[in-house]
Design a protein around this ligand. Sequence first.
Ligand code: NAD
Length: 458
Amino acid sequence: TPPSGAARPRLTFLGTGYLGATYAICFAELGYEVIGFDVDADKIAKLADGQVPFHEPGLDELLKRNLAAGRLRFSTDMAETAAFGDVHFICVGTPQRADGMGADLSYVEAAVTGLAQNLTRKALIVGKSTVPVGTAEWIEQLVGKHTPADLGVEVAWSPEFLQEGFAVEDVLRPNRIVVGVKTEWANGMLYAAHKGVFDLAATEDREVPLVVTDFATAELVKVAANAFLATKISFINAMAEVCEVAGGDVTQLARAIGYDPRIGNRFLQAGVGFGGGCLPKDIRAFQARAQELGAGEALRFLHEVDLINLRRRTRVLQLAADLLGRRYGPAGPDLSGTRIAVLGATFKPNSDDVRDAPSLAVAALLAKAGADVRIYDPEGMENARRAQPDLAYESTMHDAVRGADLVCVLTEWADFRNADPVALGELAAGRRVIDGRNCLDSALWTQAGWEYRGMGRP
Ligand code: NAD
């Protein structure tokens, strides 16, 4: 039962990356007064000027509208942010640690410490970043150390499930809200902080399920969800590996098993695998944390999930060697003298995010094998250039394909799915295509004279 009576709290979001900026903007849209805080002054200046510093459909318009309405501000001033907010959401990055497995919590620590030291009244600090289980307890101690006990500052946890490319919709219309709380006060404040979401749902005759639980469960829900999704993708990619040697077609297999509602057809597309700023690092950090807690064996399968995922990248290299008539030796193929167009740099379409993108990783592998690789992506060029400055980029799809001996489609952008294989065939030096996302109409490409290879398809 929702607690009642809490007035509409003022909200802050610490860390205005994909998660925090989207939240700050969408919650202003829901009618809350909001400050977005970041230590990156350039990012804050851009946001304050009405520019979203990344690509997310629909967000630009909401930013401009809510800045104009005066409900939304952006700041690098922690004292101002601390004084303003009743509920402070921690949305900073938790990247993979340099040593490989665990999560780097230094940004969380810096943000929470800075906030706690500046608080002068009771407030609720809510963690949203994806963290190892146990972090909320640690933050509670940190807050206790840096705020006077009589302020009564409290901590809660509310993991985040938004998907880049659908982020506005996911924030305004989430399929569930999960909160980890210790007190009725925290529960009431968090409910009030989300009341706009529940009210919107009510006007649309929907319900948003609310799961109220303890800290540890709330933290685990997020990594469990990501572990499940990663496993689902690696499961179908493992089936693709088997199809490749048995002569089956994984796209038909996926369709056939997906009709079983217990399995479901979503997240069951075989391809070059998952990437991005979440799934790969989250499943590694989850294993590391489970090991620390003495439950390493329970998550050993996630290591296999990771390996299956990474093997798909090498598979593209094998297909490329095969199509180009090069031998695949123990050190990989020698692709020198060949020209390859890589279409797609982001880890998924409708995003400019290239973090751990399979497409860019494959492009780097092809280049390392000696190929002259030319990359094009509709939104990810700037980030890709920054992440992989040594690779070569073209400013249109046609420029990338012109003169190529092989075309690799590695991100399923609509521009690529809907591309005309006849027109592209006239530009390419050789009509060979690897469909790394099984997103092309293979019959259409074959008819246009292309030698087609999908993932897990004959
Ligand atoms: P991001 O890298 O886009 O943004 C992180 C932001 O935090 C940056 O703008 C950075 O400048 C800022 N920051 C760093 N230190 C700070 C500090 N001390 N104070 C204030 N700001 C600081 O990352 P993201 O994709 O937004 O992810 C943030 C968290 O949310 C991660 O834990 C991630 O796992 C989780 N998450 C992300 C998504 C997603 O789709 N991106 C979805 C769910 C959960």
